[in-house]
Design a protein around this ligand. Sequence first.
Ligand code: LMR
Length: 395
Amino acid sequence: MFDDLIMPPADKILSLMPIFRQDSRSNKIDLGVGVYRDASGTTPIPRAVREAEKRIHTAQTTKAYVGPAGDPVFCDLIGRLVFGEAAPWERIRGIQTPGGAGALTVLAGLISLARPGAAVHVPDPTWVNHVSILEDNGLRVVTYPYLDRRTGEVDFDTLLDHFSRSERGDIVLLHGCCHNPTGADPSRSQWQALAEIIAERGLVPLVDIAYQGFGEGLEDDAFVVRLLAGMVPEMLVSSSCSKNFGIYRERTGAAFILARNADRADAAKAQLTVRARVVYSMPPDHGSAIVRTVLEDPALAADWRAELDDMRSSILSLRQGLAASFRRFTNGSDYDFLAKNKGMFSLIGLTPGEAVMLREQHAIYIVEDGRINVAGLQASQIDTFAEAVLAVRGK
Ligand code: LMR
């Protein structure tokens, strides 16, 4: 049965994890997988999360099943965080999922059921797993131009032009904030213009919001979700708690749909729940219990928000430090985009070969498309990193 199986290509992000662990060089720097690290290089468990875990440990009396749609209170709390209070709640439904990838998987399954073989437009570049999940669900992936590689900003005119020619009913995957891998987000007026084209041309947005709170703040980062929810009849949203709650391995997320009316929303949610049942049966509970405990307690929620604000500020100051360092070493402004990008990631502009040189010669791990996880850097490593990048580029 397995005789004809070939080895799949390595996952560009996750394949770096074991190689990094095995690297015995003491000066090694991991800017691969997207996790936040504090000044000591640790991915911290937020204070409010630790406290919530203690409370759950004491209060929980059973580990019996919750069900395929997960905890409805968790879904409501995350829904409000993402869509805001003023959303058309009568038309929105959500289920708890194993992380953002779980949400994308059940949403892709739902799209495939509703519209077999539909075209989903994804930005070029996008998170590698987007394409895999969509294709695995029988969807047709089309790319849309996204990044102006000369400026490091969104190539907005080309992007708008692409959508002004796409077919009615096509799905448009948008990164809600902190675009992965480029860190380049549209401005508010650009989001507005894009939302108008989407509404006008009858496109269906699928918004992946995995870094809410890391760009400009919890509320501001949800701008495009909230904008679209007031403009379009139908949309899909995948949300992740991995990064903003620091509970990566607990696999906690949610999938939401906005439908034309309450009846269609109920049907879509029921089908989404069937997808969950078929793919993983039920989502794990611990992460959602943590999130619920934090958000239901005003003091814990305030502490969580404060710690998330601190994480965002620290990434911003690393970004500014990096841009300043490159400016010093190059006497130029080519890397100023690093300070403008949002969230964890930026593309540093290296070829796959140069990314390998960075790893082999300088013990610095980045994804081969040139993506760096700025949040993985420590302030003391900024100059080392900038010098190494310039060295492998021969500049
Ligand atoms: C990343 O992009 O590094 C994260 O979203 C982790 C992952 O699953 O790829």
